[in-house]
Design a protein around this ligand. Structure first.
Ligand SMILES: Nc1ncnc2c1ncn2[C@@H]1O[C@H](COP(=O)(O)OP(=O)(O)OP(=O)(O)O)[C@@H](O)[C@H]1O
Length: 325
């Protein structure tokens, strides 16, 4: 089956000009997302997850720019779309949910007005029909008394409810793909859990595919089918979630997993990956993880390729392997 989204060799840069080198925030990133499936895009802060999402949506602020690669969405190379074609696609067939719902919501308009506008931006329907759609979308994400809530302004909702409204707006046109950029990070765990369940229903019931951007491996293990781990702008490991989380091959992935608290390791000190993520303008020569890696050798002074292994891949010449008992 042809994937819904195929990102190939995506490169996104910032800065440059006037003799200064440009900074590569996303470097040669490739992945696919199937219809109805969830890809968890994970990595530490600054690894390039959000910039990848913004690059696909073509929502990068200057001086960010995509300088290479292809983004094939439902058979069309949308990296070549005009701004107008992209506007038609955004909101209707691809939607984005941000960590801060106020990136979606306008503080001076009622939720109803914004949702009606969002429906009518892509479909010629009456105001009443658009309002009905808005009510249904609010009900779908578990907002009580949706009719009354349409008359409220964003500040009259709690943080969790505001995020639900932003998700309801993303769902208005039943998009084929939702890029969710840490949508539950700022929420308490019960609300987080409810929102994750909504996304699970959405992907199970329909054809909607999701890219869930997060640093939280627990969410990924619950929600995602596939995982793509980013480090310093590059993918370092990809594959089915079950396989990667139980048998990671890249030392960075293994370190991330070991640093998550677990009932099985109660009482043991939490693992920490030593050192700090390098700034993208000060990456070490060769493998970007080399200076933090216990397995590094001189061979790591050359950047390894992303090596395929069945349905997974990893970028390491000294991969971690599960000890066979
Ligand atoms: N407007 C910008 N100008 C310059 N550099 C930027 C800009 N936006 C992002 N970057 C750089 O791009 C890199 C990737 O950032 P990105 O926001 O994608 O990371 P992230 O993995 O999503 O992190 P977080 O989890 O903190 O959101 C970082 O080094 C960041 O400094």
């Amino acid at each position: 089956m042809t994937p819904l989204l195929q990102v190939s060799n995506l490169v996104t840069e910032f800065g440059g000009g006037r003799g200064r080198p440009s900074l590569c925030a996303v470097n040669d990133v490739s992945f696919t997302v199937e219809r109805g499936k969830v890809l968890g895009l994970v990595g530490e802060s600054g690894s390039g997850k959000s910039v990848t999402g913004f690059s696909i949506m073509r929502l990068l602020d200057k001086p960010g720019r995509v300088v290479g690669g292809r983004v094939i969405f439902d058979g069309a190379d949308i990296a070549k779309y005009s701004d107008e074609e992209m506007r038609q696609l955004r909101g209707k067939r691809i939607a984005m949910v941000f960590q801060d719902p106020m990136m979606t919501l306008n503080p001076v308009l009622t939720v109803g007005t914004q949702m009606v506008e969002a429906v009518q931006a892509h479909e010629r329907v009456s105001k009443d029909a658009a309002r009905q759609r808005a009510r249904d979308a609010l009900a779908l994400v578990g907002i009580p008394s949706p009719e009354e809530r349409l008359a409220a302004y964003p500040h009259q909702f709690s943080g969790g409810m505001r995020q639900r409204v932003a998700i309801a707006i993303a769902l208005l046109h039943k998009p084929d793909l939702i890029i969710a950029d840490e949508p539950t990070t700022a929420l308490d765990v019960t609300i987080q859990s409810q929102i994750i369940s909504e996304f699970q229903k959405l992907t199970e019931e329909g054809n909607t595919a999701v890219i869930w951007i997060t640093h939280d491996l627990a969410i990924v293990s619950r929600l995602a089918d596939e995982i793509a781990v980013m480090y310093a702008g590059r993918l370092v490991e990809t594959g089915p979630v079950g396989k990667v989380l139980t048998d990671p091959h890249h030392p960075y992935t293994a370190g991330l997993i070991a640093s998550v608290p677990s009932q099985n390791r109660r009482g043991e000190p939490l693992h920490q990956i030593r050192g700090m993520t390098p700034a993208i303008n000060r990456l070490p020569q060769g493998c970007s993880f080399r200076t933090r890696c216990d397995r590094a050798t001189d061979g790591c002074l050359v950047m390894p390729a992303l090596m395929p292994e069945g349905d997974r891949s990893f970028r390491c010449i000294h991969p971690v392997t599960k000890e066979v008992a």
